[in-house]
Design a protein around this ligand. Structure first.
Ligand SMILES: Nc1ncnc2c1ncn2[C@@H]1O[C@H](COP(=O)(O)OP(=O)(O)OP(=O)(O)O)[C@@H](O)[C@H]1O
Ligand SMILES: [Mg+2]
Length: 461
């Protein structure tokens, strides 16, 4: 849930809850005060009317009594009915237009010792407050005035409508205000979030514009510093990595050059013999031309591969086929393989192309292959396999050497760790870093029967 939405939601919840609470509090107070006001008003009407009709009752004057009670009913809006009982307790006069209700005398029966009795009645027309008074002190005749509570309900519904309208207005105004306020808060936060995303993608060295001196401003300053520090750190790492890459390349190049020199010798010897023959008999046969072209092609092929291996040290990803790189590495180490009577077993399955730095991958595989060869001075089997599975490419380089002793297993990837007199100890370190750079994983298994290095590279890096 977005922050601005949470703030607006909080605002709406507060306003609506306040509206409901205020409504409930006002409702209680209004009902109480209006009821006591109506009761007071009813009592005063009843007492006045009782004084007015006392003589008519004494004279048993039904018409004047009826006239007086109807007159009051007309004038007072809150009165539902009025009725009067005579000395015997019978109904004497009333204002019920459609005849009086049969249970009328049971609505608010007045105790003998009381001059005033109030009873709340729940009628079809809503709540009615029956106010009964004795017209002549302790004597029987009673006057009952029914005061309607409709006015309370009308007032309440008016108040309710007012509160609802006010709540809606406050909610809308509050939402708009809190929305702009939350935008004010979330805008710099969003910039900060975007900045951290960029940093997570490796875009260091950028700056966030600091517009405020609050917590977000301080945080932005911290992130700016962090971004610059990370940039400086990355530059340093890249520089030292490049340096190591160059050192390692030089070593590998040195070792390869022995093999290269041997390989170059074959075509050169063919050419030398041919030209010796030509010196005595300068006639070029078709066979001579074929031998020359073959020798030149061999030289060209060898030098191209060698140069490709020694050239690049920048990260230049392109779509590459790892099987052909494995093949190239094997070709480059042909001399060592033959020299040490090593059997090569290749199990290269169909692979998709991957976006990777061809020179770096070649160097990584080359380092593993060289290590494998160096681990089998008395010969053995070098088995290289590749396969694609679960959007990853798996490469394994296995040798049947004596294995890596347990006590150095956790050191072999450390830079400059070597057990060889002429080693730099950078081979596996480079492998690890190159594969890491391609978001892959490097692992190995080793025992007395040999060692297997496994590389796992995601197809889309
Ligand atoms: N396939 C292997 N079999 C046995 N030991 C190995 C194998 N690969 C690596 N090691 C051990 O790990 C050490 C580190 O290997 P790494 O390739 O990093 O350096 P190195 O081969 O000694 O030197 P460099 O590769 O720089 O010439 C080696 O010295 C060796 O002891
Ligand atoms: Mg090595």
């Amino acid at each position: 849930m977005k922050l601005w939405f949470k703030i607006v939601l909080l605002n709406v919840t507060i306003v609506v809850s306040l509206g409901v609470l205020i409504g409930m509090a006002i409702r209680g107070t209004v009902i109480k005060s209006m009821r006591s006001e109506l009761t007071r008003q009813g009592e005063s009407i009843s007492k006045n009317l009782s004084d007015r009709i006392a003589d008519f009752i004494l004279l048993d004057d039904f018409y004047k009594t009826q006239e007086a009670i109807e007159d009051v009913l007309d004038k007072e809006k809150d009165i539902e009915y009025i009725f009067v009982t005579d000395n015997k307790g019978y109904l004497f006069a009333h204002t019920f237009e459609k005849g009086y209700p049969p249970d009328l005398m049971r609505w608010n029966p007045m105790p003998v010792d009381k001059l005033l009795s109030i009873q709340l009645l729940d009628t079809e027309k809503g709540f009615v407050r029956d106010i009964g008074v004795r017209i002549f002190g302790s004597m029987n005749p009673e006057l009952h005035v029914g005061i309607k509570e409709a006015r309370i309900n009308q007032t309440l519904s008016r108040i309710r409508n007012l509160i609802i309208i006010l709540t809606i207005i406050v909610t809308i105004v509050g939402s708009v205000l809190s929305l702009s306020l939350s935008k004010l808060i979330t805008r710099p936060l969003n910039t900060l979030v975007k900045f951290t995303h960029d940093m997570a993608k490796g875009e260091f060295g950028k700056n966030i514009e600091i517009k405020s001196r609050d917590e977000v401003g301080k945080l932005s300053q911290t992130f700016n510093n962090l971004s610059h520090e990370l940039e400086a750190y990355r530059r340093k790492m890249e520089e030292s990595y490049k340096q190591m890459l160059r050192t390692e390349k030089l070593t590998a190049t040195g070792r390869l050059s022995a093999g290269l020199a041997h390989e170059l010798k074959n075509p050169l010897t063919s050419l030398k013999i041919l030209f010796h023959t030509l010196k005595n008999n300068p006639v070029l046969t078709q066979e001579d031309i074929t031998i020359t072209l073959l020798a030149v092609a061999q030289l060209d092929d060898l030098l191209t591969k060698f140069l490709r291996f020694t050239r690049s040290d920048e990260f230049n990803p392109s779509y590459i086929y790892i099987n052909s790189i494995i093949q190239q590495v094997i070709n480059l180490v042909q001399f060592q393989i033959k020299n040490q009577s090593i059997n090569v077993s290749l199990e290269l399955n169909r692979l998709p192309s991957v976006k990777a730095d061809s020179a770096m991958i070649q160097q990584a595989i080359m380092n593993l292959v060289l290590n494998a060869i160096e681990a089998m001075p008395e010969g053995g089997t070098l088995a290289i396999s590749s396969k694609a599975e679960d959007s990853h490419i798996f490469i394994s380089v296995k040798n049947t050497g004596s294995g890596i002793p347990d006590d150095i297993k956790d050191k072999i990837f450390d830079p400059f760790f070597t057990t060889k007199g002429d080693g730099t100890g950078l081979g596996l370190f480079i492998v690890y870093n190159v594969i890491n750079l391609h978001h892959g994983e490097t692992s190995f298994e080793s025992d007395g029967n040999g060692t297997t290095f496994n590389l796992k590279i995601p197809v889309s890096t």
